[in-house]
Design a binder for this molecule. Structure first.
Ligand code: TXA
Ligand code: MG
Length: 548
């Protein structure tokens, strides 16, 4: 079959497209969302031809397109008030409404379901073709099943040349992702596919709207899809796509690991990142321009294969709000739900004194981790005005000299006099220290680093483990720890024992640890620290591990 190329600006071409459709043929037409592969929705044979041309599974129903609100009542059993409200607010436009179907809808169109999906597109040429054809038009996206939806006539020709009667070229589509699909056949209304009309816009008209779990999550094996299209592999280029969440810095740093490697990796990035990326990259728009990202997404997915010939592609995970939810929904399917969170994990590092925690801390720093030194923050705590005020109230105003500076020796004498006084000191300083640690963690988690390490001898006493993803304890046999403390700090055995006795017991450290390094020989300890970091590090993968 020879596929005719028609143009929307030519009225005779619109008429010709209408005539082909009236005669039961297939024409790809532009809409404001994506190009649709149209056929007479009331002609079962024409509808079946759509499935054949696309290679579409027969159980995936089609959307019926109208150009006049008067066509709506003919296609559905009845129109609830909520449907009229939606239609009034967002039609014509990128919204598809599902309702129980009228008898005129062929089984082929609704794929045997008791419902039908109806949409009134806003694209003038789409409306003109529907009018010229004289019938409502069934039209799925005009791509081969599984491929990204077409947003230009050239995309349609790539997939459909020789398989359909004509393509009507109307230039690139505005919205770029398919219409929002909502069913009013259930109560409350349920969003089946996010699109150009956002969830927030639907809620503004309908109040409560459920979001089908398949919008953001992979359906478990055997679960029936509310929208059959959700269960199929979708939008996928040949390259394996991975979604990355994290800051721009983290994204750039991660993808640049693939520069100069034999694997052909590509990046789908934000405009402002492009200059810093050293692998082939396609920008889908500015980071805060979700509409642009939606508009360019499918074209970018096709170019990953056709222009960049990449074998894997990394895409930024968009925020799941506004049109971002639609971009997320398409990307996560293109990626077969493969995602990597580039946010560095937070490791709490602690252990009994003399265990060798600082050796591990230094090594993790050398491996690129951010180290948050809680001893350092503790020294800053006693310079804070509020902390000093509380310390004076508890331990006496004379812990300050005439200039208001802390007399450390005096505070130490009073605070370490008994367990009770030590507790009072901790109750004042620990919350302040942990608040600073929290701030430093949040700042460090924006950086492209393998992990953030909270180095804290008193991690448990200060309840710091709640800020951490996991706790690494470094310890050594008691005799060895004693020997190290005596040598390091010039203490007698008794003095060293006394210092150890005011700490948590080793058993307590071990009980609360997620991972333990028994520091017996240096080389082994450093190797264990490295292995632990690798297991936590989102950047730690090789090209083979990160693709899939
Ligand atoms: O923007 C769009 O909606 C484009 C343009 C051409 O209008 N069309 C489009 O159609 O995206 P298609 O076939 O690619 O996607 C229709 C989606 C599929 O996921 C399908 O399973 C779902 O809508 N759908 C159609 N009828 C349904 C029904 N009765 N119940 C549940 N889901 C339905
Ligand atoms: Mg489709």
């Amino acid at each position: 079959m020879q596929t005719l190329l028609l143009h929307t600006e030519n009225p005779a071409d619109i008429e010709q497209a209408g005539a082909i459709l009236r005669g039961g043929g297939l024409v790809a037409i532009p809409t404001e969302t994506v190009y649709g592969l149209a056929a007479d929705a009331l002609n079962p044979e024409a509808a079946k031809a759509i499935f054949a041309a696309k290679g579409r599974p027969a159980d995936n129903p089609l959307i019926v397109h109208i150009c006049d609100l008067n066509q709506f009542p003919e296609l559905v059993r009845e129109i609830p008030e909520s449907a009229w409200r939606l239609a009034k607010a967002y039609w014509p436009g990128p919204l598809t409404i599902i309702l129980p179907r009228a008898d005129c809808i062929p089984d082929a169109v609704s794929a045997g379901l008791p419902t039908v999906a109806v949409r009134f597109p806003s694209h003038p040429a789409a409306q003109a073709v529907i009018r010229a054809s004289g019938c409502p038009l069934a039209a799925p996206s005009a791509n081969l099943s599984g491929k990204p939806s077409p947003t230009t006539a050239a995309h349609v020709m790539e997939d459909m040349d020789g398989r359909i009667d004509a393509v009507l070229d109307g230039g690139p589509c505005d919205v770029g992702v398919e219409s929002t699909v909502i069913t009013l056949a259930t109560q409350p209304p349920r969003l089946l596919r996010p699109g150009g009309i956002t969830l927030e816009q639907l809620q503004a008209v309908l109040g409560e709207v459920e979001v089908d779990p398949a919008v953001t999550h992979q359906l478990a094996a055997g679960v029936r899809a509310a929208s059959p299209g959700m269960k199929y592999k979708h939008y996928a280029p040949k390259a394996q796509v991975t979604m990355l969440s994290g800051t721009s810095e983290q994204f750039v740093s991660f993808v640049n690991q693939w520069a100069g490697r034999p694997v052909r990796a590509a990046a789908l990035c934000y405009e402002e990142e492009k200059d810093r990326i050293r692998i082939p990259a396609i920008s889908c728009g500015k980071s805060d321009d979700l509409a642009a990202q939606a508009q360019h997404l499918f074209d970018a997915l096709r170019r990953v294969d056709d222009d960049l010939h990449a074998s894997c592609a990394f895409a930024h995970c968009p925020p799941q709000e506004g049109v971002g939810l639609a971009v997320y929904n398409r990307l996560v399917r293109a990626a077969a739900f493969h995602q990597i969170d580039l946010t560095p994990r937070v490791i709490g590092l602690t252990g009994p004194t003399g265990g060798g925690k600082s050796v591990v801390s230094d090594h993790l720093r050398a491996l690129g981790c951010v180290i948050i030194d809680c001893d350092q923050i503790a020294r800053e705590a006693v310079r804070d005005a509020d902390v000093l005020k509380n310390l004076c109230a508890t331990f006496g105003a004379d812990i300050l000299d005439e200039d208001g500076a802390l007399i450390r020796r005096r505070l130490a004498e009073r605070a370490f006099a008994s367990q009770e006084t030590t507790q009072k000191l901790d109750d004042i300083t620990h919350p302040w220290i942990m608040a600073r640690v929290g701030e430093q963690i949040r700042a460090a988690q924006k950086l492209p680093v393998p992990a953030v390490v909270v180095d804290a001898p008193q991690l448990f006493e200060a309840h710091g483990e709640s800020l951490c993803d996991c706790v690494l304890v470094v310890t050594a046999p008691q005799e060895e720890r004693l020997r190290r403390i005596c040598a390091r700090d010039g203490l007698t055995r008794e003095e060293a024992l006394r210092r150890m006795s005011i700490q948590l017991s080793e058993e307590e450290f071990l009980r609360r640890a997620d991972c333990v390094i028994h520091n017996l020989n240096l080389q082994d300890t450093l190797a264990q620290a490295e292995a632990f970091l690798r297991s936590m590090n989102p950047y730690g993968g090789t090209a083979d591990e990160a693709s899939h």
